[in-house]
Ligand binder design. Structure first.
Ligand SMILES: [Zn+2]
Length: 248
């Protein structure tokens, strides 16, 4: 049986890993390689929380190993090569288990199955191809959820936009053109709901005020009184974006 968990490394990276239970193993073992990332084997009966605690206790070793992988010139860093076993989307209060199925297909596709899992199939030994497939899945999920969300906040506030679309930008979570076209970043799905709502209000306010003047901020605060506190949390929000989702 395989379960998934994650730890937060000191450098701010989030490391997802699979825990495999085995009747043969006597103790919790960690294996880290540049291609597969971190794999943990645990004896049957050890609670997941205990395994995570043990793994977290070795986070210095893990960080050091990941750094060494980078140094020796692996083209893939371990974090980049990780095939996530779960995708958490706090913006939607969703958590999706991810399964990998090797088939003869040369390409990799990610789709949602009826039991609420993401099934990645095809040439799944290629971690980068798996990540790219998951980014396409993420874009579809964002289209289905973020755009209607923007519409409903627009209706609620009376702030109108001319058009909307999705982008997977590296550094910006949203943008608004002079003619009121709003672009949203798929990575917003990894942020808490209140931060996403703040970004939507922020961009909607830009349809009327195109700069960050005090008039602009006064307007944002009118629609979202907690604006100052939320702005302070944006950096933390970015950190919750997993590495696999970051590549554009
Ligand atoms: Zn702005």
């Amino acid at each position: 049986m395989t379960q998934t968990a994650h730890i937060d490394l000191k450098d701010g990276r989030r490391l997802d890993f699979a825990i495999r239970t085995s009747c043969k193993s006597r103790s919790v073992r960690l294996k880290l390689d540049a291609r597969e990332g971190l794999m943990v084997t645990a004896p049957i009966g050890v609670p997941v929380a205990r395994v995570v605690e043990l793994v977290a206790g070795r986070s210095d070793w893990i960080t050091e190993r990941l750094r060494r992988f980078d140094e020796v010139g692996h083209r893939l860093t371990a974090a980049e090569a990780v095939r996530p076993h779960a995708i958490d989307l706090p913006a939607l209060c969703e958590s999706w288990p991810v399964e990998y199925r090797e088939t003869r297909a040369r390409t990799v596709v990610a789709r949602t199955d009826r039991s609420g899992r993401i099934v990645v199939s095809g040439a799944v030994e290629d971690a980068r191809a798996c990540q790219a497939a998951l980014r396409r899945w993420l874009a579809r999920r964002a289209k289905r959820t973020l755009l209607p969300w923007l519409e409903s906040v627009s209706e609620e506030t009376g702030l109108r936009f001319s058009d909307m679309g999705l982008k997977n930008q590296r550094t910006r979570l949203g943008s608004c053109t002079a003619d009121g076209r709003i672009s949203l970043n798929c990575k917003l799905l990894f942020l808490p709901r209140e931060l996403v709502r703040y970004v939507l209000i922020h961009e909607l306010c830009h349809t009327l005020v195109h700069n960050h003047s005090s008039r602009f901020w006064a307007m944002v605060r009118r629609y979202e009184p907690k604006t100052d506190a939320l702005r302070g949390r944006m950096r933390e929000g970015w950190r919750s974006v997993p590495v696999w989702a970051q590549r554009v």
